[in-house]
Write a protein that binds this ligand. Sequence first.
Ligand code: PMP
Length: 324
Amino acid sequence: MQVTQDTLALIGNTPLVRLKGPSEASGCDIYGKCEFANPGASVKDRAALFIVRDAEEKGLIGPGGTIVEGTAGNTGIGLALVANAKGYKTVIVMPETQSREKMDTLRALGAELVLVPAAPYSNPGHFVHTSRRLAEERENAIWANQFDNVANRRAHIVGTAAEIWEQMEGRVDGFTCAVGTGGTLAGVGLGLKERDENVRIALSDPHGAALYDYYAHGELKSEGSSVAEGIGQGRITANLEGAPVDTQFRISDAEGLEWVRRLLHEEGLCLGLSSGINVAGAVRLAKELGPGKRIATILCDTGFRYLSTLYNPEWLKAKGLPVA
Ligand code: PMP
């Protein structure tokens, strides 16, 4: 029999797919790491597993314990899955602006869901601060703290980067992705540079985030806004510290959305907007590197999580985004 005994062993070891449209458009080979193939359908299952294992190894959580986290949703889904498999409870704090599907998924998984109004990080009501307070108040609870807990990026150094390197047989010219916590960009960046310091690492930043200006001019500054969920950072998190960023792009929602649609209609991949922004970034990186190069990026989560938003013409119209 070829059977996996442990459901948590299903996290990671995702396939890598050559993306035809982006490769043809850029003259390079662009590869997408299929993170939607994780059990929770996003890249964040990896961080969730590493954060929980780290807490167990440090003796911070034990039987009957509760994991509390503030999240745009995907980390909450990953944590709820890991918690269910290990017998822990989860309390998930999420801004009420995130997709219905994520909320329904979290409730279905048995997480206690706490919705808070969207607020700037400086506001004590921000979902991250709310989750820290809740973790302090509850008995036998830990705060996952994905933004500043570097067990998150370790998941990508040990897992994602090593897998990409092996899948591409050690011939990687560039890598790019957007940043939520920075775990993926920093972790994959560090992991690939460890193997070949010439791999070019690029940030693909949505509008409304402050990192493009930080890496371009050393100043945290944002302009515009984005409807992309799970990305768009305004500070240097602990996970981002020391991230080996060589170049940066600012990508609009319309540019990301165009790739989301092309990947769906031409290649049968149903993805979220952060994946579209990543692919747009990979095409830009390809133009910078020149023809024939090999570039990897992250297909962060499934589009089925956004049927009520990205794939809903009424919602797109209300957000002022092109419908087709
Ligand atoms: N895309 C989506 C859909 C996400 O939920 C996240 C995580 N917040 C990211 C991208 C960014 O990943 P990271 O936290 O590793 O920067």
